[in-house]
Ligand binder design. Structure first.
Ligand code: DGL
Length: 278
């Protein structure tokens, strides 16, 4: 948002967009940090996964979805997908009058503060790896030596509800081997599905490697941005001892029952009353 733009309504919802389900990890972190905010979540499950598509395709789909959220009157856009952030971040900032928060820059900023040795790994989809968006994010931090590893099978595991067990550990071991050989001390979970694999990843890497979740960092950046722009929701009246929760609306371009089933498996009963959106 530039100074000459009209200030959005502080009581309007936050729009969170992802290719499908991974962005639910961002939603959960936003709900934890900003419980009073109304949220509209849009998952483009009909066209997911984005991670296997070209950057040009991801760009077209992502801008279409973000346009829909803006038409629904959101006060801020959260691009809760690394592949989509890689494809549209610059365009989105120019295109929309509401603030745009992505997953890549907040994770990169956290990483600069977290690493002791400068040896950093990022695991992500093929689309994010090809875009080199994390390399761009560290351009002003020459002390960071970044090693990128695409992990195409992780999204499929998570969506099948497999977040541990021998098969996943075997695949993860292979993906992590080059990063361990590079002696990384910090690993960026550069796909919003991967926070659900925190257990196996930290089990394999051990305590000396710090994991940076692009989902958590994105939620912190959302809090910071709304606070700085004076766009936090008007405090809701207290209901007894319970703080009032915001309303959450879930839209999918795919099948709503499937979205609700997988969504609940991933983040529990926050996901409800999913609507079809086309
Ligand atoms: N959520 C996407 C990301 O963070 C990955 C899922 C997909 O491939 O659509 O990159």
């Amino acid at each position: 948002m530039t100074p000459d733009q009209v200030k959005p309504d502080r009581d309007a919802p936050i729009g969170i967009f992802d290719s499908g389900f991974g962005g639910l990890t961002v939603l959960r972190a936003v709900v934890d940090q900003l419980p009073e905010e109304d949220i509209i979540y849009l998952g483009d499950t009909a066209r997911a996964p984005y991670g296997e598509k070209t950057i040009a395709e991801v760009r077209e789909y992502a801008l279409e979805c973000l346009d829909h959220l803006v038409d629904l009157g959101v006060k801020a856009l959260v691009i809760a997908c690394n592949s989509a952030s890689s494809a549209v971040l610059r365009d989105a900032r120019e295109r929309y009058s509401v603030p745009v928060i992505d997953v890549i820059l907040p994770a990169a900023r956290r990483t600069v503060g977290a690493t002791r040795t400068g040896q950093v790994g990022v695991i992500c989809t093929e689309a994010t790896a090809t875009s080199r968006s994390y390399d761009d994010a560290f351009i002003a931090a020459p002390q960071i030596h970044l090693k990128t590893q695409a992990c195409p099978r992780f999204v499929e595991f998570v969506e099948d509800g497999i977040t541990g067990g021998p098969e996943l550990l075997g695949v993860a071991r292979e993906y992590l081997a080059p990063l361990q050989a590079a002696d990384i001390d910090t690993l960026i979970l550069g796909c919003t599905h991967y926070p659900l694999l925190t257990g196996p990843l930290s089990y394999l890497l051990g305590d000396s490697v710090t994991l940076v979740s692009s989902a958590d960092e994105c939620a912190k950046a959302t809090y910071a941005r709304l606070t700085a722009l004076d766009l936090l929701h008007t405090p809701r009246a207290a209901n007894g001892h319970r703080r009032q929760q915001g309303r959450r609306r879930f839209l999918t371009t795919g099948n709503p029952e499937r979205f609700e089933g997988i969504g609940r498996r991933l983040i529990g009963d926050l996901v409800a009353d999913v609507e079809q959106f086309s």
